[in-house]
Design a protein around this ligand. Structure first.
Ligand SMILES: C[S@@+](CC[C@H](N)C(=O)[O-])C[C@H]1O[C@@H](n2cnc3c(N)ncnc32)[C@H](O)[C@@H]1O
Length: 267
């Protein structure tokens, strides 16, 4: 049984303040720890990226996804609201000697780009931070050209465990909003006139204490999380498959990658 209360703040300005606060703290460790992550090869593969593509990475954070696409595409633009994350992105671009990337600071709820500007529009580990993922997906579809691809990768908890997962994740990261179960995420695509062409799901395993070292929960909440995860062993009410291996607790985040084509006829 989980007792933590979900965050109820829905004022966009206050929420964006939480985002910038969290990701200013997380920027350096997040940049280090997410380079070899499993969804990136799937995102590249499912997008069908080639040398002629112009790509937008939505809420690009430290630019890991954007730089991987830039190694193949003609040009990549990354947009994010957190300056400290964009600093990491600039450093990664320089480290890789890439010249075909542009960084923009801004809120992705209203993308500052014209309709049909990009051939591929991607985002990783972001939808659960948005107050309205549907609004962001519609914006992603708007700026994608007809026939182009939109690729989203995020945590997709089982529907029955989604509320427990949200409560737990909000303790770990107070800027968490809501992780969409797979069915809900697919419905958003359908409503945005995006026709699914590829999909894959997998578990992203991580040692629990290692996860905590890259997290910035409010005072007292790390201890609360330890209690909850210990209590969830053998139950999996939180939906991240908590289990013991080599006397350590591991969790496995359910990740999905979906790629869809923007249909030629909108509306
Ligand atoms: C978990 S990080 C993921 C970063 C990157 N997509 C990756 O996978 O490496 C979430 C990012 O979303 C950004 N973000 C959250 N809400 C945003 C918004 N409304 N507008 C722009 N960026 C946002 C944060 O600043 C942060 O960099």
């Amino acid at each position: 049984m989980l007792h933590a209360e979900p965050r109820t703040e829905t004022d966009p300005a206050v929420h964006n303040g939480l985002i910038v606060d969290q990701f200013t703290r997380q920027a350096v460790l997040f940049a280090e720890r997410n380079k070899l992550e499993d969804s990136l090869p799937l995102m590249l593969q499912f997008s069908g990226v080639s040398a002629s593509d112009t790509v937008l990475d939505v809420a690009c954070g430290p630019g890991i996804v954007a730089c991987a696409f830039a190694a193949v595409a003609r040009h990549v633009t990354g947009i994010d609201i957190t300056p400290a994350m964009l600093e990491q992105a600039r450093a990664l671009k320089a480290e890789r000697g890439l010249t075909n990337l542009t960084w923009v600071q801004g809120d992705v709820t209203a993308l500052p780009f014209a309709d049909n500007s990009f051939s591929i529009v991607v985002t990783r580990y972001t939808f659960h931070h948005f107050l309205s993922p549907e609004a962001v997906l519609r914006e992603m579809a708007r700026v994608c050209r007809p026939g182009g691809r939109v690729v989203v990768s995020d945590i997709t908890p089982e529907a029955a465990k989604s509320a427990a997962y949200d409560r737990f994740e909000t303790l770990r990261d107070p800027s968490h909003a809501h992780a969409l179960p797979l069915g809900a995420l697919r419905s958003l695509f359908a409503r945005a006139n995006l026709r699914q062409v590829e999909m894959a799901s997998f578990g992203r395993e991580m040692e629990f204490e290692f996860l905590l070292t890259g997290s910035f929960p409010n005072p007292g909440d790390a201890e609360r999380m330890r209690e909850l995860i210990h209590g969830d062993l053998g139950k999996d009410e939180i939906g991240i498959g908590a289990h013991v291996r080599d006397e350590k607790i591991f969790v496995s985040f359910p990740v999905t990658v979906i790629a869809a084509e923007k249909t030629l006829q909108e509306g």
